[in-house]
Design a protein around this ligand. Structure first.
Ligand code: SAM
Length: 248
């Protein structure tokens, strides 16, 4: 059978496509793309004429069998999303899992990923981090979600849409300690790339009176909760204290 290649594409700067990504897209028999028109623009830019089929959240389940048939028949298939690494808050999970289950070789062609790019340049601890994807869309669900993460000692990474950035920052301020450091990575690899470094309490202010600043794509990188000398988080310490109290 053929190979399913999981191919990362640029998150802004077209120069970030790798040589191996281009060779893989050129040599594949079929490209499964989140948005065929978007993918076609990338292919046209590089003069690649491989056929493209759509694989997005709404048809993934229905398309998986057909793509597996192609792979079983010996075709190589390249999976791409609109930007960055497929499956990282993008479609492809069902296809990749099904390919493994069918004994088909799956191989990554790694490259850009907004979360990793933001972390690499945010200046917050990177030894341990938790990628939390998009926070819930409604304020009440978002606050509950953030409350569950308040004592997490790992650096937290979120994606957020420009439409919800301001309410999201307000909910962060309502749930996390005010001095927690927050780095907002905006328009990574693009002309207007910027790192907005602040504390949770003041972050919303940077945008509230400047609606123009809310345009673009954003990754939020939030400092984790402090650990005590024993390496325990405040929540672990609290649970341990309760247990010790029970035992004594
Ligand atoms: N698969 C992609 C990746 O590997 O990063 C992520 C796809 S997700 C649907 C889109 C979100 O990623 C955006 O809403 C934003 O939070 C983040 N993102 C993507 N490109 C970005 C960029 N150039 N600068 C900042 N954030 C970006």
């Amino acid at each position: 059978s053929g190979t399913l290649y999981v191919v990362a594409t640029p998150i802004g700067h077209l120069g970030d496509i790798s040589e191996r990504a281009l060779a893989t897209l050129r040599q594949a028999d079929l490209i499964a793309a989140e948005d065929t028109r978007h993918c076609q623009q990338l292919l046209n830019h590089y003069g690649i004429s491989t056929p493209v089929t759509a694989l997005h959240d709404h048809n993934e389940r229905a398309r998986v069998d057909g793509i597996l048939d192609r792979l079983r028949a010996g075709s190589d298939v390249a999976l791409v999303s609109d930007a960055g690494t497929p499956l990282i808050n993008d479609p492809g999970f069902l296809l990749v899992r099904a390919a493994h289950e069918a004994g088909i070789r799956v191989s990554p062609v790694p490259g850009p990923c907004a979360a990793i790019a933001a972390l690499s340049a945010a200046g917050l601890a990177t030894d341990r981090f938790a990628f939390e994807g998009f926070p819930p869309r409604t304020s009440s669900a978002r606050r509950r979600f953030f409350e569950g993460l308040r004592d997490e000692p790992r650096t937290l990474v979120f994606y957020e849409s420009c439409h919800r950035l301001l309410p999201c920052l307000e909910d962060l301020a309502a749930t996390f300690p005010p001095q927690r450091r927050l780095v907002i990575a905006k328009e990574l690899t693009k002309v207007h790339e910027r790192f907005i470094i602040s504390e949770v309490a003041g972050a919303a202010l940077r945008f509230r009176d400047h609606p123009d600043r809310l345009k673009g794509e954003f990754v939020l990188v939030l400092e984790g909760a402090p650990r005590d000398k024993t390496g325990l988080s405040a929540e672990q310490r609290r649970v341990l204290d309760l247990l010790l109290e029970e035992c004594s």
